[in-house]
Design a protein around this ligand. Structure first.
Ligand code: TYD
Length: 209
């Protein structure tokens, strides 16, 4: 395994187990001698907090304004001098990020169209291309079972049709991004935690060769 730092992104529909698997991957990499940093979008920076206020409908934003806010937060996430993605990679640390521009292309893209969101993200030189995107894939049926099992109240958007549409949109954007040379690995997230973790490690091993 080579030890060059990598930029790894996780995406997945609700209930797919992103948080658990991100932490397990980080631990597995650290065991192999890598230094590893876990981060997420929207960020905890003011630009990300403003997004959360808008998501909670505390402030009103148009879909285009939302897409711009996500892209701006992402740019700052890349370039922040203290804990930005670029800085971490330059220090030799592998970065694992929970959600990235795939979410913008899927969620904001559904409303605004792929091209508008792609222009805000893929054409921005300050928004780095990940080395790999791991998509934790779960059927909407399984996803709803898991969300229900957590005992959390199911949010309105976590219904069957919404999950079905979102998953389909992700697959469509993956086709487009693969044509641009991106490495996207769809991992079957239906299985016990160790099983899924092993699948992820096998996919990630490819980028450290
Ligand atoms: P969060 O509470 O982090 O959700 P999750 O645990 O499911 O990741 O909220 C992030 C929400 O923001 C989530 O519903 C997806 C959405 N989102 C976008 O619509 N576009 C984006 O570019 C990103 C990063 C997130």
């Amino acid at each position: 395994m080579n030890k060059d730092p990598k930029f790894i992104v996780f995406e997945g529909i609700d209930g797919a187990g992103k948080t658990t698997q991100i932490n397990l991957l980080c631990k597995a990499l650290e065991k192999r001698g890598f230094s590893c940093f876990v981060t997420a979008e929207p960020t905890d920076m003011p630009s990300g907090k403003a997004i959360r206020r808008a998501l909670a409908k505390e402030v009103d934003k148009t879909p285009l304004e939302m897409a711009e806010m996500f892209a701006r937060d992402r740019e700052l996430h890349n370039t922040d001098a203290k804990a930005g993605i670029e800085k971490m990679l330059a220090d030799g640390t592998t970065v694992i990020c929970d959600r990235y521009y795939y979410s913008s292309l899927a969620y904001q893209g559904t409303v605004l169209g792929y091209d508008t969101v792609a222009a805000l993200n893929l054409d921005n030189p300050n928004i780095r291309r990940p080395d790999i995107c791991i998509f934790l894939d779960l059927t909407p049926e399984k996803s709803l079972q898991r969300i229900g099992g957590r005992g959390e109240k199911t949010e309105i958007y976590e219904n069957f049709d919404y999950l079905t549409r979102t998953r389909k949109t992700f697959f469509e954007i993956f086709d487009k991004l693969r044509q641009r040379g991106e490495l996207i690995s769809v991992i079957d997230a239906d299985g016990d935690v160790e099983e899924v973790s092993t699948r992820i490690l096998a996919a990630v091993a490819d980028i450290f060769k």
